[in-house]
Design a protein around this ligand. Sequence first.
Ligand code: FAD
Length: 473
Amino acid sequence: MTDYRNGTLNQKSDAWFTPENGETIRTEIAVIGGGASGCMAAIGAAESGASVVVFDKNDRPARKICATGNGRCNLVNLYQDEKCWYTSSGVSVRERLASFSERDLLAFFEERGIWFHDRQGYVYPGTDQASVIADLLIREMNRLQVGVFSGTRVTGIEKDPSGAFRITVESVGGSDPGKEKNNRNRRKKENRRKNERNRNLQTGSVRAVPEHRICIADRVILCTGGLAGPVFGCGGDGYALAESLGHSLVPTVPALTPLICPEKALKMAAGVRCPAAITLICDGEETGAEQGELQITETAVSGIPVFQLSRLAGYALREGREVRVRADFLPGMPEEEWQKHVDLRLRDDRNQTLEQLFMGLVHPKLLRFILNRLGLVSEQKRAGVKTEQIRQVLQLMRGLDFEITDLAGYEKAQVTAGGIPLTETDPDTMESLACPGLYLAGELLDADGICGGYNLQWAMTGGLLAGRAAAGK
Ligand SMILES: Cc1cc2nc3c(=O)[nH]c(=O)nc-3n(C[C@H](O)[C@H](O)[C@H](O)COP(=O)(O)OP(=O)(O)OC[C@H]3O[C@@H](n4cnc5c(N)ncnc54)[C@H](O)[C@@H]3O)c2cc1C
């Protein structure tokens, strides 16, 4: 048994390693999931003097962080408001973050050598590299002698009568191609051993070779994330683990994700990126509104304003409601100015094609798509088109509806909406109210932020607070 409580750390210089199959690990704190929240939880706990191990499914910790902000990592946002997070738990997410603000989080990294720049409140590492944040977290865990077990999946957690947690851990193949060969060889060896064991069990002659490692921990911090980004090891395992320890689950939907539009003609506008004011309409009722750059693909509407509305659309679709997105492609244009454009198009030269007539209002591909809705084409001469139809084209530019039938799914989502209710955790310590000694942090919980650094802030701050609190027990 490797006993981390006594500091007998057998650590490789690259900060993560794999113990022998069947080894039992004893530690004060086990962190399940080595993402943004898990790394911070481990650092918070280890800095407070606890012995800590981390289990993570990936071949290295903090993998998802490297993909954040298009590889640049939008860590926090200087604009903070209650409305920047959603939860159905009826509590204030912002208040939960109050004891360690966005400035404290930046200071945490600055003190350790990272500098930041801010783009209108959106804060990124100065080098614009997400990997520096991931590398710093790994370096800190290494410095603090946290035992990081990569390529391991926690499949069960039980609390025994003494209050300790018994955690079942199994190996998973890492996604590092270099390690694939080793993993294949290991799997072959394991299969050989398994066959041998089965033979031996039949004859009853030899003790079974254990297939799982066991970790005994005084406290557990569950940081397994949600379902968004399955390529980073997020498969919703944490929900089942938390439920097995007495928690409930707010139904989840993908969030910050494109919205699927079944209209075949959408491909006419594929590739368009343009400013737009977007309204989400569910069963005829305006449910949300956002403004920003709209992106159109062959099958979906996308871009930040759509992302922001996606969780609302997701829950509406889940309830079987009819969902539409309405786009105004001339957002914020004063009525007087718009009227001038309308008048110009209504009285303009009748020999022009429709493309020439509407030139300068919207992207030409978008114009084709709009005209197609009315059975018109860009090359058509104005002379053959009724004035009423010209009015309709102009109207659609200010309010074009897209039918939405689905979300692009967790593969494309940046975050998961829903999760373990916040009301089932202590607001100061993140400790479970259902299972003392268990702590929960990050995306696993029922809180999701809008675009702009709010999700990493929630995950990292929650992780750090949970780690410190767990170590203080
Ligand atoms: C492409 C993309 C870009 C993003 N950009 C931004 C951004 O710029 N700013 C921002 O604020 N947010 C961004 N986000 C969201 C943000 O990355 C997440 O909200 C945040 O990383 C959640 O942290 P977490 O620790 O809760 O979960 P995760 O980071 O998802 O980590 C969970 C970890 O748990 C591990 N795990 C799961 N189950 C098990 C198990 N059974 N056993 C062992 N390990 C397990 C997984 O391997 C994973 O490493 C982005 C997300 C994506 C997908």
